[in-house]
Design a protein around this ligand. Structure first.
Ligand SMILES: *[C@@H]1O[C@H](CO)[C@@H](O)[C@H](O)[C@H]1NC(C)=O
Ligand SMILES: *[C@@H]1O[C@H](CO)[C@@H](O)[C@H](O)[C@H]1NC(C)=O
Ligand SMILES: *[C@@H]1O[C@H](CO)[C@@H](O)[C@H](O)[C@H]1NC(C)=O
Ligand SMILES: *[C@@H]1O[C@H](CO)[C@@H](O)[C@H](O)[C@H]1NC(C)=O
Ligand SMILES: *[C@@H]1O[C@H](CO)[C@@H](O)[C@H](O)[C@H]1NC(C)=O
Ligand SMILES: *[C@@H]1O[C@H](CO)[C@@H](O)[C@H](O)[C@H]1NC(C)=O
Ligand SMILES: *[C@@H]1O[C@H](CO)[C@@H](O)[C@H](O)[C@H]1NC(C)=O
Ligand SMILES: *[C@@H]1O[C@H](CO)[C@@H](O)[C@H](O)[C@H]1NC(C)=O
Ligand SMILES: *[C@@H]1O[C@H](CO)[C@@H](O)[C@H](O)[C@H]1NC(C)=O
Ligand SMILES: *[C@@H]1O[C@H](CO)[C@@H](O)[C@H](O)[C@H]1NC(C)=O
Ligand SMILES: [Ca+2]
Length: 570
């Protein structure tokens, strides 16, 4: 009886594999393609929750994929975790027409406390013939972020939401999404479905959360500026505020802006080409000293946020604030806890607030930093209303206690990627050199941690080469946080990362340098190539040829001894 039944189903599946978007995009076809409920232990899919709709000729554009006009089927369905009353998780999966499908799956991630990017990331898969999915994490809807679900009551975290946000939801999205994709396009069990990931910032952390845990989930992950090493990353957002508080000096945004402008001007030529872009923030860190800016005049027009026109000269107090921020967090014994943004990055965390009553600038608690402490350390809200009594040592305590509390969930810094590597997985990791929200050195540190953990007996060059076979890191000259940077508009941006990854995975084309494009400014449209770590970019004398050079002094400048932390920090 059973074999016959299976045969019939298989025959039916082959016979009814839809051939057009219209055939594919019905509730009935989608329902029939849902994985069996016992597919993942503890999960029950709700077949009645299926929705489908066709979207035709939709124009899409983004920094993260080339502009295109796409057509797809939008499928959503819900599942629940057995044993949790009222639990519901939503998935949204976009399907290319059967004729456009290229045996690919793409998982997409979020940013901040969001676990998805709405409809902005999914087109990135559709243009390459990939069924593309996102999850709501079970937080209530696709537009509800994890922070709205993480606190059940003051003092009580929602641990299921925490684990979903940390890594569980993405594993379920990929597992269910891939099975659903195989079924709906009628792939046989021997046909390969290539699986990919693309995400930046929190989405970058979500990418690493899977690469660090699962060998068989994806063939290739495109990961930008990941918000990993969570307790360090989130707490360091408050460091600039504590510098201002400790030194009791609150520079205006105009003053910080001038420091950034002058740093760009001074460090631009260090990469061999004066093009408005600081491609060598490492040389800028080593060879440029902002104390030369004391006495420089600044002027800014009145802003729409209510601050008046500003002018003055940069004081030694302002330069001390900026330099202390650049030095990174040290404890009261002068030992290093963490590192900072690269010079030329904007001072976003340091932003001050204008008080029109007093006509002075004062403390403005960084939102993301404050939220981490309020939500996941204090567990009584999502905004921190005061930094009274908080010192450099307090930040260190928050970092270390958070490391312990969230090591197996949000920390996301496990450096042994053996299962992923053994399964043949590839990682393309990129990070803006002028990132103002996640220090670029954070990505370098993780690459180096993986290198030394997985190739402990090899020389530096041999281990770097071995790691570069499957996990490559590129810094993006002039780029800000997961985006190009208006302050250095001539800088390149790697817009075709998923295409590059597909070529690497499916055709073995190693991205020796990473394809990038100037997306704005006077050279808009120009192609540039990005160097893979540990090589650093240097323009040849002709100003046209980019060389990727090995520069020990620069490499060393990215390495920090976090001697205030009594544990390995990967
Ligand atoms: C989509 O664009 C194609 C090509 O331009 C056109 O033939 C088709 O009619 C369009 N479909 C709809 C629904 O507008
Ligand atoms: C996809 O379907 C969901 C659920 O019906 C809907 O909320 C969403 O707006 C749809 N998205 C698009 C792009 O059609
Ligand atoms: C937690 O405590 C704060 C301050 O007392 C209060 O405003 C807030 O409503 C409480 N939140 C919850 C979820 O009980
Ligand atoms: C910094 O440079 C930008 C142009 O990139 C300019 O708009 C801005 O006014 C400058 N800021 C200051 C404080 O001079
Ligand atoms: C920058 O120059 C000042 C004044 O010469 C000096 O005190 C300081 O140590 C220098 N800072 C760095 C980071 O080199
Ligand atoms: C500087 O600001 C003061 C008012 O604070 C104004 O009187 C003066 O004209 C400004 N100078 C310049 C050069 O903008
Ligand atoms: C501005 O300063 C006044 C006087 O010190 C104070 O009462 C008021 O709370 C401040 N406003 C803000 C928004 O901090
Ligand atoms: C939140 O918790 C912290 C740490 O327990 C406590 O210091 C603070 O007063 C609490 N805030 C509120 C608004 O209850
Ligand atoms: C490592 O390789 C670089 C070239 O990529 C070379 O310049 C350097 O000398 C090598 N280091 C050692 C220790 O062999
Ligand atoms: C590389 O980028 C250029 C634009 O700068 C683009 O035309 C080309 O298709 C890209 N290559 C890949 C593999 O996507
Ligand atoms: Ca330059």
């Amino acid at each position: 009886m059973r074999p016959t039944h299976l045969l019939t189903l298989a025959a039916l599946a082959t016979a009814t594999t839809p051939s057009t978007l219209t055939d594919l995009c019905t509730d009935t076809v989608a329902q029939a393609a849902l994985p069996a409920s016992e597919f993942i232990q503890g999960i029950t899919i709700d077949p009645s929750s299926i929705t489908t709709n066709i979207v035709t000729n939709s124009s899409v554009s983004s920094n993260d994929y080339p502009s295109a006009t796409i057509s797809y089927c939008n499928v959503t369905f819900a599942y629940s975790h057995d044993g949790i009353a009222g639990d519901q998780v939503l998935l949204e999966i976009w399907l290319p027409a059967p004729s456009a499908f290229q045996n690919r799956w793409l998982s997409t991630g979020g940013g901040g406390y969001a676990i998805n990017s709405g409809s902005s990331s999914l087109p990135g898969g559709i243009i390459y013939g990939a069924a593309s999915g996102m999850t709501d994490g079970g937080f209530g809807s696709f537009s509800k972020q994890a922070d709205s679900a993480l606190l059940l009551a003051n003092g009580t975290l929602n641990y299921e939401a925490l684990y979903m946000f940390a890594y569980k939801a993405h594993h379920e999205l990929s597992t269910l999404g891939k099975a659903f994709t195989r079924n709906i396009y009628g792939l046989t069990s021997t046909e390969k479905l290539y699986a990919y990931y693309q995400g930046c910032s929190e989405g970058g952390r979500e990418g690493w959360s899977q690469v660090q845990r699962y060998g068989d989930e994806w063939d290739g992950a495109v990961i930008g500026a990941p918000a990993f090493r969570w307790s360090f990353q989130q707490t360091q957002h408050l460091y600039s505020n504590i510098v201002e508080k400790t030194l009791n000096h609150y520079p205006s945004p105009c003053e910080f802006d001038l420091i950034v402008n002058e740093t760009i001007t001074a460090c631009d030529p260090l990469d061999g080409k004066t093009d408005g872009v600081v491609a060598r923030t490492d040389l800028c860190l080593l060879d440029y000293n902002i104390t030369t800016l004391i006495g420089k005049p600044y002027t800014c027009a009145a802003s729409s946020f209510g601050s008046p026109a500003q002018n003055g000269t940069l004081s030694s107090e302002t330069i001390e604030v900026a330099q202390t921020i650049l030095n990174g967090l040290h404890d009261s014994n002068g030992k290093r806890v963490y590192f900072s943004y690269q010079p030329s990055a904007a001072f976003d965390d340091a932003e001050t607030q204008y008080n029109s009553t007093t006509g002075t600038w004062g403390l403005d608690i960084d939102q993301l930093g404050g939220e981490y402490i309020a939500l996941l350390v204090n567990k009584n809200g999502t905004t921190l209303s005061s930094l009274d009594g908080v010192t450099y040592d307090t930040l260190k305590e928050w970092i270390i206690s958070g490391m312990l509390e969230y090591y197996s969930t949000l920390q996301t810094s496990w450096p042994d990627l053996t299962p992923f590597h053994s399964a043949g997985g590839k990682v393309l990791h990129y990070h803006g050199d002028a990132d103002y929200s996640i220090p670029t050195a954070s990505s370098v540190r993780f690459w180096e941690s993986v290198r030394s953990t997985m190739y402990p007996k090899e020389s530096y060059n041999a281990s770097a080469e071995a790691l570069n076979d499957w996990y490559r890191l590129y810094t993006v000259p002039g780029a800000g946080h997961c985006a190009p940077n208006d302050a250095m508009p001539n800088g390149p941006w790697p817009q075709t990362n998923l295409a590059v990854m597909i070529e690497w995975v499916e055709k073995g084309v190693v991205p020796t340098t990473l394809n990038a494009t100037v997306l704005q400014g006077e050279n808009e449209g120009q192609n540039q190539q990005l160097c893979a770590w540990p090589l650093r970019p240097l323009w040849a004398d002709d100003g046209e040829t980019l060389e990727c050079v090995y520069d020990q002094r620069s490499i060393d400048s990215w390495h920090y001894d976090l001697d205030a932390v009594p544990l390995p920090v990967y």
